[in-house]
Design a binder for this molecule. Structure first.
Ligand SMILES: NC(=O)C1=CN([C@@H]2O[C@H](COP(=O)(O)OP(=O)(O)OC[C@H]3O[C@@H](n4cnc5c(N)ncnc54)[C@H](OP(=O)(O)O)[C@@H]3O)[C@@H](O)[C@H]2O)C=CC1
Ligand SMILES: Nc1nc(=O)c2c([nH]1)NC[C@@H]1CN(c3ccc(C(=O)N[C@@H](CCC(=O)O)C(=O)O)cc3)C=[N+]21
Length: 287
């Protein structure tokens, strides 16, 4: 049976360190400010917003949620982002994805000041990640949180075969870049991939972010693989489950993340620690 990697416990550990950093900023009169912009009502975004509000309050971050109707125009959304770019009490801006179809995601992420980019989705920050020049650079929170899981459980990535299923800007692509930077040999699969199962069965490290409940089965996984489940899906009974069939795959993997209490809490911890980092970098720059 696989070791279950406890994202919730690890998140609580990291939050302790972040709390010390928040106190240090408070001593200088700085409260890290995060604004979360939610357009419409995507269900996975709602879970995320609810949980991060709870954690931000507990950790004494100034967190603001801006709910906007899904009829808002791209130009108006960008104007709102610009007001936060100019607001010195806000250190981090996050626009929940996906956005309604009439709004172009690139134009929106491009409008966020790179030094206030909570998610690390601005093209400048993604470019730095790909170039592996990541000092003082925000990085996508979910993949970065997964790297913290690998680190905490001493998972060796060097020279390992990693397969990332999914190529989104928020998970798959930055995950692949981080794994390449960590010297893994990386394959990225998506909906056009042929013989997916054959590919995933070769993976020492398997990261799944497709958004289909229990999509990856025991037969799709190599014995003793390390399996990371990013999915936030609902099963037929409406229960929160991942993209991996946990009950099956747990029997074959060496390590596995559960859903809930795996990757999800680590995304939030990473967001909060990155918000604090953005506030720290800004205070260093402003002396
Ligand atoms: N735990 C957390 O912190 C987070 C969880 N999530 C969850 O993770 C999941 C994925 O999210 P996200 O990356 O945003 O999703 P997207 O819908 O943006 O991307 C899904 C990816 O999966 C690929 N895909 C779809 N069907 C298949 C298939 N049958 N075989 C292989 N690949 C397939 C798509 O391919 P193509 O590109 O060809 O369309 C796409 O690249 C969701 O459940 C989401 O809620 C997301 C972010 C954070
Ligand atoms: N710009 C942007 N950045 C994101 O990072 C982003 C996004 N948009 N849009 C939506 C997805 C989804 N996402 C989640 C993060 C944590 C949980 C989470 O806290 N999960 C708990 C759920 C616990 C529960 O409440 O049941 C867990 O897995 O234990 C869920 C979902 C981030 N996303």
């Amino acid at each position: 049976m696989a070791t279950i990697m406890d994202g919730k416990a690890l998140a609580a550990e990291i939050d302790k360190t972040t709390t010390v950093r928040i106190q240090r900023l408070a001593d200088q009169g700085i409260v890290p400010g995060l604004v979360v912009i939610l357009v419409g009502d995507d269900p996975a975004s709602k879970i995320y917003v609810r949980n991060k509000e709870r954690r931000a309050k507990k950790m004494k971050i100034n967190s603001i949620v801006r709910n906007l109707p899904d009829t808002i125009s791209e130009a108006d959304l960008i104007k709102i982002i610009q007001t936060y770019n100019e607001n010195p009490t806000i250190h981090a801006i996050l626009v929940q994805l996906p956005l309604p179809a009439h709004i172009n995601e690139f134009n929106v992420t491009n409008a966020i000041a790179p030094e206030k980019d909570a998610d690390g989705f601005h093209p400048t920050n993604i470019g730095k990640l790909v170039i592996n020049h990541t000092e003082k650079t925000p990085i996508a929170c979910t993949p970065q949180g997964i790297m913290s899981i690998f680190n905490a459980y001493h998972i060796d990535l060097d020279g390992k075969k990693a397969v990332v299923v999914g190529r989104s800007t928020i998970v798959g692509k930055p995950m692949a870049a981080l794994l390449v930077n960590a010297n893994a040999t990386v394959t990225v699969a998506h909906s056009h991939t042929h013989n997916l199962s054959q590919l995933t069965r070769e993976a020492d490290i398997l990261v799944v972010a497709v958004g289909i409940a229990k999509y990856i089965k025991e037969a799709d996984v190599k014995s003793d693989a390390v399996v990371i489940d990013v999915g936030m899906d609902r099963d037929v009974n409406g229960k929160l489950v991942g993209d991996v069939d946990f009950a099956e795959v747990e029997r074959k993997a060496s390590y596995i993340t559960p859903v809930p209490k795996g990757v999800g809490p680590m995304t939030i911890t990473t967001l909060i620690s990155q918000t604090v980092a953005l506030a720290e970098w800004s205070s260093e720059k402003n002396g």
